[in-house]
Design a binder for this molecule. Structure first.
Ligand SMILES: Nc1ncnc2c1ncn2[C@@H]1O[C@H](COP(=O)(O)OP(=O)(O)OP(=O)(O)O)[C@@H](O)[C@H]1O
Length: 291
């Protein structure tokens, strides 16, 4: 299955939220859509799930325009929006049964599908608990469960890790990694560590534009000579931050250890470091401190 974005743009009045994005997504992997707030991630995802139409360009599934596919396309989709309204007085089970009816899943299959999805997201023991008693992580997992009810081949998750604590984040990542094995999964985030798991490709979006699209290894590899580590005094640090991006600082008793992004050795004591995802984020989205 191949989902293609062909020169897709979206304009809201005078705001161009997505600018000529071309991408190809295929089954069997998680695509991480990364960008700061306002980059256009939600706008792009809403066009992929056919809630909103591109102002120009088109989205194709196996070469066919999704707009011409209608319900046939929607039956392949699972979507977890950024802000998901739950029925807090419902139990998880009842909520999912209700979502089945909205999605047109017949009563004969619904109960079995609900059980299966509860197991997938690890909520089978809380099936009869009221949603209002759930932690944020449990609610997010329930959000995935509702997106999975129709066994979608294309799963779109908008900031699914927002509000999760580190333990819940790890659990969530494992579930998503597993789901990505045989579908197209795309998740948006502005948190780089969400993409530390085996993400097939990272899609970097800034101000509506696609600025990089590749495997995490290749994206990091491109920066391999540009990450440096140096111990600095406060004055050196102040001087450096006015010229270079700094992607990490740790304070030690005899100085400040900084990770610096620079093409050339920024100070004589700097040594090269292997790039990490934080460096990638800083390189593409970080702001240089202007003196
Ligand atoms: N319905 C709308 N009308 C007008 N402008 C909009 C609308 N929706 C989004 N925008 C603008 O389009 C740009 C992209 O917004 P979008 O929500 O897609 O970004 P995002 O990357 O998902 O950000 P966030 O992480 O904050 O959700 C922003 O400048 C936003 O203000």
């Amino acid at each position: 299955m191949i989902l293609t974005m062909d020169n897709v743009s979206k304009k809201y009045r005078n705001k161009l939220a997505v600018k000529e994005v071309s991408l190809e997504l295929s089954s069997g992997g998680v695509y991480g859509l990364l960008g700061p707030n306002g980059a256009g991630k939600t706008t792009l995802l809403r066009m992929i799930v056919d809630i909103s139409k591109p102002t120009s360009g088109q989205i194709l599934l196996n070469g066919q325009s999704i707009q011409n596919m209608g319900d046939r396309y929607r039956s392949l989709l699972g979507y977890m929006p950024q802000r998901f309204g739950f029925y807090n007085r419902f139990s998880a089970y009842k909520f999912l049964m209700y979502m089945c009816s909205l999605k047109g899943i017949g009563i004969s299959q619904a109960s079995a599908r609900v059980q299966e999805t509860l197991v997938t997201v690890g909520l089978e023991n809380q099936a009869q608990h009221k949603i209002r008693t759930f932690s944020e992580g449990m609610k997010q997992r329930l959000g995935i469960a509702q997106a999975l009810l129709n066994d979608p081949q294309i799963l779109i998750l908008d900031e699914p890790t927002a509000g999760l604590d580190p333990k819940e984040r790890i659990r969530f990542r494992n579930i998503i990694g597993e789901l990505g094995r045989d579908r197209i999964v795309m998740l948006s985030t502005h948190i780089i560590s969400d993409l530390e798991f085996s993400c097939k490709e990272m899609i970097l979006l800034n101000e509506g534009q696609l600025i990089a699209h590749n495997t995490p290894e290749e994206i990091m590899n491109r920066m391999k000579n540009n990450v440096w580590k140096a111990k600095l005094n406060p004055q050196q640090l102040a001087d450096l931050t006015s010229h270079f991006k700094v992607s990490g600082l740790s304070y030690e008793s005899d100085g400040i250890v900084a990770r610096i992004l620079a093409k050339e050795q920024p100070v004589p004591q700097a040594v090269r470091e292997s790039p990490r995802l934080e460096d990638v984020y800083m390189h593409y989205f970080g702001e240089e401190t202007k003196s």
